[in-house]
Design a protein around this ligand. Sequence first.
Ligand code: 6GU
Length: 249
Amino acid sequence: MSWQATVVTLFPDMFPGPLGQSLAGRALENGVWSCRTEDLREHGLGRHRAVDDTPFGGGAGMVIRPDVADAALAATQAGANIPRVYLTPRGRPLAQADVRRYAAGPGVMLLCGRFEGVDERFLQARGVEQVSIGDYVLSGGETAALVLLDACVRLLPGVMGSEQSGVEESFSDGLLEYPHYTRPAVWDGHEVPEVLLSGNHAAIARWRQAQAEETTRERRPDLWSAWLARKNGNRTEAVGGATQADLGV
Ligand code: 6GU
């Protein structure tokens, strides 16, 4: 029984798209996962198969009707046990913890919006999670759905070549990853950090940890604060209730 992605969209031809290539593509061919689409248009109303209507209260754009969205959801026959996710810039930010949760289950049902959005009553009544992939606006949820699926599929058992590369990467311990270098040792006059050529594995591990911390502090103050809080929290636990001030941090 393979991990099943079900995508409700007005553009079914966009799937599996790039996920038919490379690692995800091979996993798809091998039956590790499957990708089904449900064309929202087939559930549209009237001669024009309308899926949307003007917003109550006025304003710009169109809104996907709850009855149309619900007919498409029913047609997917996706079980009530699989997470239902609507991709929208109004959603909570997608995090690796969400990806792990989705990948660990039987699959996901993804609803891709276009226009201004989907009627909120449908989302609430059918237990649909709302997820965003970042603070920028895409023309529709389809590319966001592809991002979410890529992140899930690479975690499925047997998809990634090396288990180690799944563990040590950015975000697995809340820090960004350290930088990487390969041959030649001198390129265009630029040398590789000396410690990496030393053969001193403990020194290399310390250098990489320091680099990861420095990069995170500079680029992602949000992750850095969370990491510090966790570290200090753990330390406080270990010494039995000492405050951060006690510890000089
Ligand atoms: Cl999930 N959808 C759209 N349309 N734009 C986005 C997004 C999703 N996440 C970030 N921007």
